[in-house]
Design a protein around this ligand. Structure first.
Ligand code: UD1
Length: 419
């Protein structure tokens, strides 16, 4: 295993480029199971999670050629069993369920494991596919599902914590090859769902409303191959915006979708950060001490849960009190203890984190607990006084492409060592 060593307090400046979207890539790779045609997907981020998904596709019968930031997928799906070893390491792989059912009429998919960011149920996935006529059972940690014929249906997919991104994705993919019309009410509106809808349309699916809470799909008999370019990763972009604010500097975040980040941009502007759209990029300027600001995470277009930890790192060095509530994953607070090891003053009270911002964090050895918590520790380490060692950075490699290289490019002193 590797660790990051960060020498904090180096002046950061310049341009940093955002890679292709991880969370859009995973369901789009799964969607290639729906066709026998050749799919070429460009601007794919080179990450542990995208490689895991490629391995899973191979295990299901596909031929996957991996090039630099590009994959070409061909061949036919001929195996309906998605193995525990591949699905348990990454929740995104559960979205092969819908395509396997649509293509083969059966699927045996390992249930995704529990996760450090909290309980992650699959009831909405099951509700959605069963509405399409699927019969499903659970056996020895697997979902075993069959359908002689998928039939379109109207369904409500809202849950206790709002809509579900991957449940919406699973149903969209299954419904694309179902017989008749499917209407998903309370669908997830995340940009990744919009991307998946565009990809499916490009394959010949009849789909409307993706990116809104009501998606209408008219099933077709066959989907074709496609050549497609992934859009950029809004969470990586948001992480860089927050980093610029924390480091009190000017950074041009290249290839960043301003419109995908409005909740974060609005919050940063309200606490005193200058954030401007600059063509296809976003310019962040931050010189002064910021005001504290509360956030509550919600499904898109609300403040994303995937930026909650990074924003908490910013509030930790913003004098005053801010309150952070996560309504999507109410237990997603593993980073509090690690930020506190660096001198932060954060306490958890039931479902909220109360941050008493201080002027300066201090370098310390800390442990990465999950992907976005790790990003928060990187931000904290870059602005702290002294040396920070972040252990278990394989979490970062799951979702941030060449993060150390990109940060070095804007002046950071960060390198890897074996643990
Ligand atoms: C996706 C993202 C993840 C992000 C999350 C929320 C991928 C690969 N991952 O995960 O980075 O943090 O969206 O934006 O795209 N829920 C249920 N029942 C279900 C499914 C979900 O109650 O069947 C709940 C969850 O526990 C959570 C909320 O719904 O409280 C949202 O989860 P969901 O949108 O499904 O997250 P994922 O799609 O797994």
């Amino acid at each position: 295993m590797e660790k990051f060593i960060i020498e904090g307090g180096k002046p950061l400046k310049g341009e940093i480029r955002v890679s292709g979207s991880k969370n859009a890539t995973l369901p789009i790779l799964a969607a290639t199971l729906l066709t026998d045609g050749v799919c070429e997907i460009r601007n794919i981020p080179k990450l542990r999670d995208t490689l895991t998904m490629c391995k899973l596709l191979r295990s299901l019968g596909k031929t996957v050629e991996i090039g630099p930031n590009k994959v070409v997928i061909s061949g036919s799906t001929n195996n309906h069993v998605a193995d525990y070893k591949l699905v348990s390491t990454m929740r995104g792989s559960f979205c092969v369920l819908g395509p396997l059912l649509a293509k083969l009429g059966k699927a045996k998919v390992s249930m995704p494991g529990g996760c450090v960011i909290g309980v992650r149920p699959i009831d909405l996935h099951m509700k959605g596919i069963m509405a399409l006529g699927v019969k499903a059972d659970f056996d020895a940690g697997y979902v075993i599902a069959t359908a002689s014929k998928l039939k379109g249906a109207q369904m409500y997919l809202g849950g206790t914590f709002g809509s579900s991104v991957l449940a919406t994705a699973n149903v969209m993919m299954a419904a694309s090859l179902a017989h008749g019309e499917t209407i998903i009410e309370s669908a997830a509106c995340e940009p990744e769902i919009e991307d998946l809808g565009n990809f499916l349309s490009g394959m010949g699916a009849k789909i409307e409303g993706h990116g809104t809470p009501r998606i209408v799909i008219n099933g077709v008999r066959k989907l074709n191959g496609i050549s497609y370019k992934m859009g950029s990763d809004r969470i990586e972009a948001g992480t860089f915006l927050i980093l610029a604010a924390a480091a009190k500097t000017d950074i041009l975040v290249k290839d960043a979708h301003y419109n995908h980040l409005l909740a974060l941009v609005d919050k940063l502007q309200s606490i005193g950060v200058d954030v401007q759209k600059d063509g296809a990029d976003i310019r962040v300027r931050c010189k002064k001490t910021l005001k504290p600001g509360n956030i509550v995470t919600h499904p898109h277009p609300g403040f994303p849960t995937d930026l909650q930890a990074q924003y908490m790192a910013l509030m930790a060095i913003t004098p005053g009190v801010s309150i952070i509530t996560d309504r999507v994953f109410p237990d997603r607070f593993m980073h509090i203890a690690e930020l506190n090891r660096m001198g932060a003053q954060i306490r958890r009270d039931a479902g909220v984190a109360i941050v008493e911002g201080i002027k300066q964090l201090y370098g310390a050895p800390v442990m990465a607990s999950d992907l976005r918590a790790s990003a928060a520790l990187v931000i904290a380490g870059l602005v702290a006084k002294g040396k920070t060692e972040i252990y278990r950075i394989y979490h970062l490699d799951r979702g941030y492409e060449d993060l150390d290289g990109k940060l070095t490019g804007i002046g950071a002193k960060v390198y890897r060592e074996k643990e």
